[in-house]
Write a protein that binds this ligand. Structure first.
Ligand SMILES: [Zn+2]
Length: 298
């Protein structure tokens, strides 16, 4: 790539932009004809338990922002777990290692109640700004830390902020992880390729459309404001589910305890579950179980 140094993108040779595009790609689709026990639609809820790490990862120590993160642990996660238990819905929690070390009991409760805990970085770092050695070390230490805290070795990763470096997929493959859930090339599970080669790593795709942070996040010192009411987010999520159901696919949703855990919003989550429950042939599952089924039957 050195021969392109100093070039503008419109001057790049074709081989160069092809190399960039083909580095990490969606490969073969893994869409099963039916889900577990003949279900028509798989529903995969996820909660990214960032808590205080959103502030720490930028080197910040704002007591105000840290308190916002603590809300996720004090109020958000308990409310979420209560609702999931009431409706018998298993889910996946992506937990930075620092969160797991700050709140080990929370992670043990999550696992004890039948949910999955997956990798979500060390301190919610941005992978794309890390040197390779640091990224590899942090990803492996994160997996070890989660295993030490929960007693269960994680099988999947959601990169912090869905940020992906050119090395992330190779690290994930070399660690023998079953899946990633950070990329957006499809609605259905598929195998990721690296420079044209199959990796064996399954992608369970995410999308900003199905992320509560897009609608609910707020920052006092920038123009970031939540303009969507919980009813608006519910309308969007219901429409995404309805289309996934019609398609016989996956309805995957990303939420954050410090966003969705608030009183005015947690009711939205329960209303969404009730809406989904009015349909026949729903399989609520962790991301790991959805991926296992897709890999075996896709
Ligand atoms: Zn996160």
């Amino acid at each position: 790539m050195n021969d392109t140094a100093g070039m503008e993108p419109w001057q790049w040779p074709e081989a160069h932009w092809r190399e960039i595009v083909n580095h990490v790609r969606a490969g073969r689709t893994l869409k099963p004809k039916a889900w577990k026990d003949g279900a028509r639609c798989a529903v995969a809820f996820s909660f990214d338990s960032d808590h205080e790490t959103n502030e720490l990862r930028d080197g910040g120590g704002s007591i105000s922002k840290l308190s916002q993160g603590q809300y996720g642990a004090r109020k958000g996660v308990p409310r979420i777990l209560d609702i999931l238990k009431r409706h018998a819905v298993p889910a996946s929690f992506y937990v930075p290692a620092v969160t797991a070390l700050l709140y080990p009991e929370e992670q043990r409760r999550v696992v004890a109640e039948g949910h999955e805990v997956g990798i979500h970085g060390w301190i919610h770092e941005r992978n794309s700004v890390l040197p390779l050695d640091a990224e590899r070390d942090l990803q492996m230490r994160s997996a070890d830390t989660l295993e030490k805290v929960t007693g269960v070795r994680p099988v999947g990763i959601r990169t912090p902020s869905w940020d992906f470096s050119p090395h992330t997929l190779a690290i994930t493959r070399d660690m023998g992880l079953l899946y990633d859930s950070s990329l957006m090339a499809d609605d259905d599970c598929h195998e990721l390729t690296l420079d044209g080669e199959a990796t064996g790593v399954v992608e369970l795709p995410v999308e900003w459309i199905r992320d509560d942070a897009v609608y609910f996040n707020m920052d006092r010192f920038s123009t970031l404001r939540p303009y969507t009411p919980p009813s608006g987010a519910l309308e969007i999520f219901k429409a995404e589910f309805d289309a996934a159901y019609a398609d016989g696919g996956i309805f995957q949703l990303t939420m954050h305890p410090h966003h969705v855990g608030h009183r005015s919003r947690i009711a939205m989550l329960e209303a969404l579950i009730r809406h989904i429950r009015t349909h026949d042939g729903i399989w609520f599952a962790t991301h790991a179980d959805v991926v296992r089924h897709a890999k075996a039957n896709g």
